[in-house]
Design a protein around this ligand. Structure first.
Ligand code: NDP
Length: 248
């Protein structure tokens, strides 16, 4: 039976790479997006033209009703869910902690933390043997920022990713006996538009020399780690993290 995967924020960047790679590995793919419908449609079209099945659904992961509607639409269309990549994430313009206000911090936490919790909750309700499900696998896209702290750039973002890592550890233990594995990927400097949203499109060029491998990474390199964690190749791996960061 073909497996069904949801990739949140699957229209662009790392999420798009995950969606395309999942389709090439035989998954039926659902991607969600917040505002960029055209980018999401391009990913769906690329999967369809390669003979796969995909659909995109608009849903802000920080909005509980929108997340519930997203999963209800997946239920209606496919009737089950086998894999989730919690990828949707944001950062805000670079600044020091003493300049941050509550609105900024809460916006980051609402998407990166609350959004991931809500999607994980809905996935567990469908996958867990406790609820009559067949099991499944969840991968949370964290960041090396969770460990490095992002001083002078976005400590709020780094803190949100550390919270996501705690979700990975705690949830992995909570559902381990219910045939669900939960793991994380911590990307380093990956070539996507997220750096422009932090106010520095050329950030990778500035920081390249701090990477032992002396280059930024590609979204596909992150997707390969995520897809491995989802696969049966990782059948005894849960509560684990893969660093995809060129050694940084
Ligand atoms: P991009 O900015 O390229 O893409 C982000 C994606 O997330 C978009 O598809 C966007 O949707 C979606 N998104 C953002 N907010 C929401 C929301 N509230 N609800 C639903 N979807 C949302 O980012 P990346 O591909 O670089 O990042 C993907 C993940 O990887 C993030 O979690 C990020 O923190 C993490 N990461 C990235 C690194 C990097 O160097 N690029 C390094 C470490 C971690 P839309 O297209 O509609 O705007």
């Amino acid at each position: 039976m073909e497996k069904i995967i949801l990739v949140t924020g699957g229209g662009r960047g790392i999420g798009a790479a995950c969606a395309l790679l999942a389709a090439s590995r035989g998954y039926t793919v659902c991607i969600s997006y917040r505002t960029d419908a055209a980018a999401a449609a391009e990913v769906v079209a690329a999967i369809a033209s390669a003979g796969g099945t995909a659909l995109s659904i608009q849903a802000d992961v920080s909005d509980e009703a929108a997340v519930e509607s997203l999963f209800a639409q997946i239920d209606k269309r496919f009737g089950r869910l086998d894999a989730l990549i919690n990828n949707a994430g944001i950062l805000s313009p670079q600044m020091r902690v003493e300049q941050m206000d509550a609105a900024r911090i809460n916006q980051i936490l609402a998407t990166n933390v609350t959004g991931s919790f809500l999607c994980a909750r809905e996935a567990v309700r469908r996958m867990s043997t406790r609820h009559g499900g067949q099991g499944g696998s969840i991968v949370n896209i964290s960041s090396r920022a969770a460990v490095l702290g992002s001083p002078g750039e976005y400590v709020d973002y780094a803190a949100s990713k550390a919270a996501l890592d705690a979700l990975t550890i705690g949830l992995s233990k909570e559902v381990a006996a219910e045939r669900i594995r939960v793991n994380g990927v911590r990307p380093g400097l990956i070539d996507t538009a997220i750096h422009a949203s932090g106010g520095e499109p050329g950030r990778i060029s500035r920081l390249r020399s701090s990477v032992p491998m002396a280059r930024g990474g590609e979204p596909l390199e992150v997707a390969k780690a995520a897809l491995w964690l989802l696969s049966d190749e990782a059948s005894y791996t849960t509560g684990s993290f893969i660093e995809v960061s060129g050694g940084r």
